[in-house]
Design a binder for this molecule. Structure first.
Ligand code: HEC
Length: 155
């Protein structure tokens, strides 16, 4: 093997390791949602919404309850994170039963710092129903003034 190739391969391996450790991108569905489901949803989910706050739906979580709780890009200004580390001055630490293990807190911190990306597929919100194809064709015929097609569709 040539020296260049060896250097190249080492680089690839090194980068792979670095990616696996330092710069991993936190994935909401894979890394964050399971933590919320296991530790928070019981009090902030479909059944109960303590402080009018729920974490099972993106829209509600990002809006927060009485204040903005998740500030994408800044864990330090996110009440959700400050509560995890018991530094929030406005309320009790979360979860009330005792802090999460440090690695889970770190995952949530990274997720918020990386922009708190919460994909549509995990939003917990029901998508609008798909338009009825027949109604769509009817509207098209109406718009284009195609009266024979319109009448045919109505029948
Ligand atoms: C045993 C029930 C319970 C669990 C579990 C729980 N919470 Fe809470 N949470 C509460 C109560 C009660 C309040 C309101 C009291 C307060 O604000 O101090 C609250 C308030 C909050 C608020 C403030 C919302 C606002 O708009 O003011 C945040 C953020 C929060 N919780 C995050 C979490 C997170 C994150 C978890 C999981 C790691 C969690 N909670 C787990 C009961 C719970």
């Amino acid at each position: 093997m040539s020296r260049g190739l060896v250097t190249f391969l080492c680089g690839v391996v090194f980068c792979g390791v670095m990616n696996a450790q330092g710069f991993t991108k936190v994935d909401f569905q894979r890394d964050v949602q399971p933590i919320l489901k296991a530790n928070c949803i019981g009090c902030h989910g479909p059944a109960q919404q303590m402080n009018n706050f729920r974490l099972d739906r993106r829209h509600d979580a990002m809006r927060g309850g009485t204040i903005a709780v998740i500030a994408p890009g800044s864990s330090q200004s996110s009440h959700l994170f400050l509560r995890l580390i018991s530094r929030d001055t406005i309320g009790m630490p979360m979860p009330p039963t005792g802090p999460l293990p440090p690695d889970l807190i770190e995952t949530i911190k990274k997720w918020i710092d990386q922009g708190a990306e919460w994909p549509d597929t995990a939003s917990g919100e029901t998508p609008p129903p798909p338009p009825d194809p027949k109604a769509t064709r009817l509207m098209d015929a109406l718009r284009s003034g195609n009266s024979s097609a319109f009448r045919k569709l109505l029948r």
